[in-house]
Design a protein around this ligand. Structure first.
Ligand SMILES: [Zn+2]
Length: 454
């Protein structure tokens, strides 16, 4: 590999509400807010918003259509290797290896041949359930750095999978039910295919959201093992390995089976000591669909760019580590980055792991607020209704009750005169301190920098 780096003319970006736009092309990169023209790297829910035109891989379009129904969005979908010319740029998609259909955007500016690679979410270890990542030399690189600190060098996936099989077999031998909690698109299929390949005798039951994704993923050509639907009233889960999203793993149905289940989370965040206490489960297996710290460095070496911009997760730390290696690297700063630094612990204050696969700290309440934002930014009653219906359909019983009362603007019990929670600033501040582990001095500093009344 040549160590000579060509100097490309500047690419310019505009950051708005945490979204990045490539100026000149009018192209937004994985934006969270509705935009005229957007590149969507993959079909995870935190990457989807209703845009004017969406550039994505053909598989991602099929997944988006089946997950969110077609709401009249216009897609410019490309197969890997296919090329498209748009506003002075040639666009090509390369496999990202994150989940089925996930793509990296490779842009060539036609006037001077300068190249830019935007990874979206990616991983480089070969795995079932995603096209293998293909790196390509580019002048500029925009990369996600979810695991951009050294403690997130992830163990070989073969080792993790062996441990998962041991966990499942021991539970079944002792007449208990092993449950793997994993995101329903991508990770769930990787688990099913990998465990089946290594231990063909295992039998599976899956949550309905996983079953729905299995169907679409199978239609893309992936060979999934036979799976029964998890429906404990109709068929016993005994003797089966269960795969379900984390919200279902904590649902009342599963809690009622508490004494007979062994609950495991499957997430790269599991490498963090204490993760199993945070996830409140018996075991956490660090199998991730994001690149580990050492994989991120190896990827930069392969792309060999003259400049790197980091997004998501530990973007400040990873950019600093690259600069120490003599590579020009900066966080592609924006609001999201600031939130990430505060929430993900990249300030060194707290190391809270995120949810299963996401590179953003997502919670049930943040899902709620982002659907509210999306609905308010959407015009047309039919579209609003469809978005709301999809969201409500995805909820288990308990969060559904809460979401319905918040959405209706009536959070207080009917027939009472209660009209306020009587929650003052002092209580909110104490809750924030407990949650983040910040000292009062650190809190005051952040609070005054944000002109915060609290
Ligand atoms: Zn993702």
């Amino acid at each position: 590999m040549s160590s000579v780096k060509t100097t490309a003319d500047e690419f310019r970006f505009r950051i708005e509400k945490g979204d990045a736009e490539l100026v000149g092309a009018g192209l937004w990169l994985d934006p969270h807010h509705p935009r005229e023209l957007a590149f969507i790297s993959h079909a995870h829910a935190d990457h989807f918003a209703p845009h004017g035109k969406t550039i994505c891989s053909t598989a991602t379009r099929l997944l988006i259509e089946s997950r969110f129904q077609n709401r009249g969005n216009e897609f410019l979908s490309l197969d890997f290797g296919e090329r498209l010319t748009q506003e002075g740029y040639e666009i090509e998609l390369l496999p990202a290896g994150h989940i089925p259909g996930s793509a990296m955007l490779f842009l060539t500016r036609l006037e001077d041949g300068a190249t830019l690679l935007h990874t979206g979410d990616f991983k480089t270890r070969p795995a079932f359930g995603a096209e293998s990542n293909i790196a390509r030399r580019a002048d500029w690189l925009i990369m996600e750095t979810t695991f951009g600190v050294p403690k997130f060098c992830l163990p070989p996936s073969d080792e993790v999978l062996e441990e998962m099989i041991k966990f499942a077999q021991e539970a079944i031998e002792e007449e208990e039910i092993p449950i793997f909690m994993a995101y329903s698109l991508g990770k769930a299929q990787e688990i099913l295919m990998s465990l089946h390949a290594k231990s063909p005798g295992l039998k599976f039951q899956v949550h309905s959201s996983v079953a729905k994704m299995n169907e679409v993923v199978a239609s893309l050509g992936y060979a999934l093992p036979p799976c029964d639907l998890f429906a404990p009233k109709e068929r016993s889960p005994k003797g089966h390995v269960l795969v379900m999203p984390p919200s279902a793993g904590r649902s009342r149905v599963v809690r009622q089976m508490k004494k007979t289940v062994r609950l495991a989370m499957v997430s790269g965040w599991g490498i963090d000591s204490g993760a199993k206490y945070r996830y409140q489960c018996d075991e956490v297996f660090p199998l991730s669909d994001h690149a580990g710290y050492d994989d991120l460095h190896a990827f930069v070496d392969e792309v060999n760019p003259s400049r790197v911009y980091t997004i998501h997760g530990f973007c400040n730390e990873f950019a600093r580590d690259l600069r120490q290696r003599g590579i020009e690297a900066w966080p592609l700063a924006g609001e999201t980055q600031l939130e990430m630094e505060l929430l993900s612990g990249s300030t060194g204050l707290d190391d809270s792991p995120s949810t299963v696969e996401s590179n953003r700290p997502v919670s049930e309440f943040s899902d709620f607020t982002s659907i509210c934002e999306t609905i308010s930014a959407t015009t047309g009653k039919t579209k609003k209704r469809e978005l709301l219906a999809d969201y409500l359909r995805s909820l288990e019983e308990e969060p559904l009750v809460l979401a319905a009362s918040y959405l209706s603007g009536k959070p207080f019990p009917a027939g009472t005169n209660i009209r306020s929670f009587s929650v003052g600033w002092a209580l909110i501040r104490q809750a924030l301190l407990d949650l983040t582990g910040l000292t009062r001095a650190q809190y005051r500093q952040i609070s005054s920098s944000q002109a915060d009344a609290a």
